[in-house]
Design a protein around this ligand. Structure first.
Ligand code: V07
Length: 258
């Protein structure tokens, strides 16, 4: 009996979600969604688990949300996996985090290829351990011909560092006569950012009740709709993403109506 109820519940849940996806697709969905996946440590603490248990649970949620985003027709999903500030965490926690890309891709890369997802990354590669970078770069190579959703990992990413690096490249190109300083405008400058080629996010989601940007995509978020929830990232469900997209469409209708 319990088994039957559980199966029935799951079935009705998924029908419900399929209906919601179909409904949301009747209106424009955001092309680019960016997510600050906060609250993994707090999720673990609440359950008296080690912080790494929260990170591991959070990684599983990335897989679930990637699949849904792809099904919704979102063209780019950027997820903030590791900030330049995160190096300050205890060494063992950093070591664990740096194994997550390998674990994620070890089980999920075949599915990403199957789903036609293209993996990319933004962030400074230099400080990332070789074993981590090798796994990420293999995923980027193996999916480079894919034409579906771009899954963009922000890994060792910080927005001010990104802007400073861009500025230095601009100076270098001006000095070497590759560009003229009179040519420099917002459009040309944005080509020097790590997000070159990607549209700016239409929707930013941040979990876990923090109402800040925390050095994430400062340039790119200038016109982005912001959506916050108190839910910890490991508790973020399909319903939450559907709600965020629904709210985004509601706002677009309000401002879009002439
Ligand atoms: C990380 C899980 C999600 C919550 C935030 C912190 C912990 C997926 C990746 C990943 C990164 C690159 C890649 C494939 C997967 C990841 C880190 C942390 C460092 F190519 N989740 N996740 N990387 N968390």
């Amino acid at each position: 009996m319990e088994m039957f109820l559980k199966r029935w519940k799951n079935k009705s849940d998924s029908i419900n979600i399929a209906d919601k996806i179909a409904d949301l697709k009747k209106l424009p969905v955001p092309d680019h969604v960016a997510i600050i996946m906060d609250g993994n440590g707090r999720w673990a603490k609440k359950r008296a688990l080690p912080r790494i248990a929260g990170h591991h649970e959070g990684m599983k949620v990335v897989k679930k949300i990637t699949k849904l985003a792809s099904n919704l027709g979102i063209k780019t999903l950027t997820v903030y996996a590791f900030s330049t500030e995160n190096w300050k965490r205890p060494q063992l926690e950093v070591d664990y985090l740096m194994k997550l890309p390998e674990e994620f891709l070890g089980t999920f890369l075949p599915e990403l290829i199957e789903e036609n997802v293209k993996v990319q990354m933004i962030g400074q590669k230099e400080a990332i351990p070789k074993h981590t970078l090798n796994a990420v770069e293999k995923a980027i190579r193996d999916t480079s011909e894919n034409t579906g959703m771009i899954l963009n990992f922000a890994l060792n990413y910080g927005s001010r560092a990104e802007i400073m690096l861009a500025m230095k490249e601009v100076f270098k190109d001006i000095k070497n006569g590759i560009i003229d300083e009179n040519q420099l405008d917002e459009q040309l400058f944005s080509n020097y950012l790590m997000t070159d080629g990607l549209p700016e996010p239409d929707l930013l989601i941040r979990t876990s009740g923090e109402i800040r940007l925390s050095n994430f995509m400062l340039w790119q978020l200038a016109y982005t709709e912001l959506w916050f929830t108190d839910v910890y990232w490991p508790d973020f469900s399909e319903e939450h993403l559907l709600q965020a997209v629904f709210d985004f469409q509601k706002r677009s209708r309000r401002y879009g109506g002439v």
